[in-house]
Design a protein around this ligand. Structure first.
Ligand code: WT7
Length: 655
């Protein structure tokens, strides 16, 4: 185990604070104390009871069919996910309930009821059908955070056409890679979106991506910013022209529980992102049950706000599918927390009387830096529960969140999960758990997780190791799109019989779980998963670069920051040659701005072992200014000093 992990461990050992659930919440909580025993006594029966709360058109014959690594849940059952998220609530008499309070960054607002959402989704489904989209066609969605994004996803779900949402911050090249990998035939996009007070174009990236995607025959474009856009006749259609003229009803079909609902690309340890795919019945069961029980959702009263982008799994599961399946009123906000002022979020909470806020530690730490007085100026008393996701939350941020946002009365649920798990796997339950600042605490009912050592043996209380999931769960990924071998290898080979999550974890003296971060070459930058290899490939893709090594250096705000060590062809040329800024921009162009290294260091050589492996641990030590450990296996120990000197001298520093 590395120094970082050791340090984290010893800090956690000193954490002794406990926060019991508020009495009032506990008394009426959706999850009552017997829930863990119930689920443990009959795990599959418990999940079946969760699934039974959805509307099935045909019942399942078997809860789980499991042939490692292939799981099928609710075998033979049929349902329509969009009908469960929308029509079901209208039919039950809740058509007037607000589905979304949407707020655009410039301040435009729209409130959409379940009945209106139903009409919008039906029209969009009819529009896609008119354009020729059929069951199993993949639809790429590259959009800002606007209501049409949710409508587009639900229209796809309604038609059984898997959606592939690509985060708007990804480059044309990243979009193209994903479109080609899943063989999408259709793209839904917008002219642009608003970010930090300005219109930011999206359509040009689609046009660029599609230059090499011959299989895409139709592009539907939402007018959002009014920016001028290029137009390909016959291929491009305005959303408002095609959708507005459609009938407001649509006859939905039912699909098999294992019908693919969506593909979501995420970074792995190689340069090629993995197309994680989720199916219908198990996924919807998992996100609905976790949303109802972990966030204690009372659909008549709560206003739920997941402040994340729909382009990530958090948005899929806890802006769209979980909340809608539970008939919840949600807030969707298009922009960043600092536009036009750093009080934007607190104004939104006041305006819509938000009761539950779900966000990432990196954002919480940003608010901490901005000062206690900003949230202090607002009435946040509508809040009753707070959630955290995306990275380990440090006790300081947890305590600040509780005091300054939660008014010392709201429980905090720190929820551990991944794109692959579909929904939350480890979390407190707010009416039951006495929480500890920084701990994700316990596996969700019906989930089996363990911390194991190198040999796969469960560790004792007070010890650390690797987090594994010991049995299949309904929301689990069903595979990596087009690559079953990689699926088996990545998740199921390290500890035979168990799913290897890629995270380090510790079981404390009470057996509660603390997550310690990734143990592989995946970086966590502000809660975004970025592969070191992917950034290295982007750098080497630049004609001037010979070799690149990328490490995630710990960073007080963003968890990790990307630091790159680069050798250029023909050696470092101080006068002219390739500039650091050019390389940073190059990475942004290849992957997207989120992958831009914080720092690039041009160096004459990279430190390598005698067998030719780049010594990343050493580079991480250099990047974090630590004493170097054992360098005896180094081919040329002087290389490190050369790098260190350049680093110290600030050469190649940026920002
Ligand atoms: C990785 C998954 C789950 C949606 C957002 C990220 C880290 C996530 C926590 C948490 C500690 C966490 C893990 C995980 N992570 N939540 N509560 N505590 N770490 O999804 O992009 O698939 O990333 O995020 O390292 O493996 P993702």
């Amino acid at each position: 185990m590395g120094d970082e992990t050791q340090q984290a461990l010893s800090a956690l050992l000193h954490e002794r604070r406990r926060f019991g659930p508020p009495e009032e919440l506990a008394a009426r909580a959706n999850a009552q104390p017997g829930i863990y025993d119930e689920a443990a006594a009959d795990r599959l029966g418990w999940w079946a009871a969760q699934a039974a709360q959805l509307q099935w058109d045909e019942p399942w014959s078997e809860v789980l069919s499991w042939h490692l690594p292939d799981a099928r849940w609710f075998v033979g059952g049929k349902l329509n996910v969009a009908v469960n998220c929308v029509d079901r609530h209208v039919a039950a008499g809740h058509g007037d309930r607000v589905a979304f309070h949407w707020e655009g960054e410039p301040g435009d607002r729209l409130t959409i009821s379940y009945a209106e959402l139903q009409r919008l989704v039906c029209k969009a489904a009819n529009a896609l059908t008119e354009l020729g989209v059929r069951e199993d066609d993949k639809v790429a969605i590259y959009m800002p955070m606007i209501p049409e994004t949710v409508v587009a996803m639900l229209a796809c779900a309604r038609l059984g056409a898997p959606h592939v949402v690509v985060f708007g911050g990804f480059s044309a090249e990243s979009l193209r890679g994903r479109i080609l990998d899943c063989e999408a035939t259709t793209v839904i996009t917008a002219d642009g979106g608003f970010r930090r007070g300005a219109a930011s174009a999206l359509k040009p990236a689609v046009d660029e991506a599609l230059e090499q995607c011959p299989a895409v025959s139709r592009v539907l474009v939402v007018r959002r910013t009014g920016q001028a856009t290029g137009w390909t006749e016959g291929r491009d259609h305005w959303w408002h022209e095609v959708v507005n003229r459609q009938p407001e009803t649509h006859q939905a079909r039912s699909f098999d529980a294992e019908h693919v609902l969506y593909i979501m690309y995420t970074s792995g340890t190689t340069a090629k992102p993995k197309g994680i795919f989720h199916t219908s019945g198990g996924y919807l069961t998992h996100v609905t049950a976790t949303h109802r029980l972990i966030f204690d959702i009372k659909p008549e009263n709560d206003v739920f706000w997941t402040a994340a982008d729909i382009g990530w799994v958090t948005g899929h599961s806890y802006i769209v599918y979980g909340p809608l399946a539970n008939g919840t009123t949600s807030v969707i906000y298009e922009g960043t927390p600092d536009t036009p002022t750093r009080e934007r979020w607190w104004e939104i909470i006041e305006r819509y009387q938000v009761t539950i806020l779900y966000t990432a530690p990196t954002t919480i730490r940003t608010f901490m830096k901005w000062g206690d007085d900003l949230p202090g100026r607002h009435d946040l008393s509508s809040l009753r529960l707070l959630g955290s996701v995306g990275e380990p939350i440090n006790p300081e941020a947890w305590m600040w969140y509780r005091a300054h946002i939660g008014g010392d009365r709201c429980p905090i649920v720190d929820t551990w999960w991944q794109t692959e798990t579909g929904g939350v796997m480890i979390s407190p339950l707010p009416g039951i758990t006495a929480t500890k600042p920084g701990a994700a605490m316990r596996p969700f009912p019906g989930v089996e997780a363990e911390v194991v050592d190198n040999e796969g043996k469960a560790v004792g209380n007070g010890e650390g190791g690797y987090l594994v999931l010991s049995s299949p769960w309904p929301g689990m990924l069903r595979g990596i799109w087009g690559d079953p071998a990689r699926f088996a290898e990545t998740y199921w080979s390290r500890f035979p019989g168990s799913y290897f999550a890629g995270d380090g974890a510790k079981k404390d003296e009470d057996g509660d779980l603390w997550l310690l971060g990734r143990v592989d070459d995946v970086m966590n930058v502000s809660g975004h998963r970025i592969s070191t290899t992917e950034v290295e490939h982007a750098l080497v893709d630049h004609p001037a670069v010979a070799e690149a090594a990328v490490v995630g250096a710990s960073d007080p705000t963003t968890v990790q920051a990307i630091v790159a060590f680069v050798t250029v062809k023909g050696g470092v040329d101080e006068s002219g040659g390739v500039g650091v800024e050019e390389l940073r921009e190059h990475v942004a162009a290849v992957i997207g701005p989120i992958a831009k290294p914080r720092q690039i260091l041009l160096t004459p050589e990279l430190p390598k072992t005698r067998s030719g492996k780049i010594m990343r641990r050493l580079l991480r030590d250099v990047a974090e200014n630590r004493d170097l450990g054992d360098v005896t296996t180094l081919l040329d120990p002087t290389v490190v000093n050369a790098i260190r000197e350049r680093m110290g001298a600030g050469a190649g520093e940026d920002d």
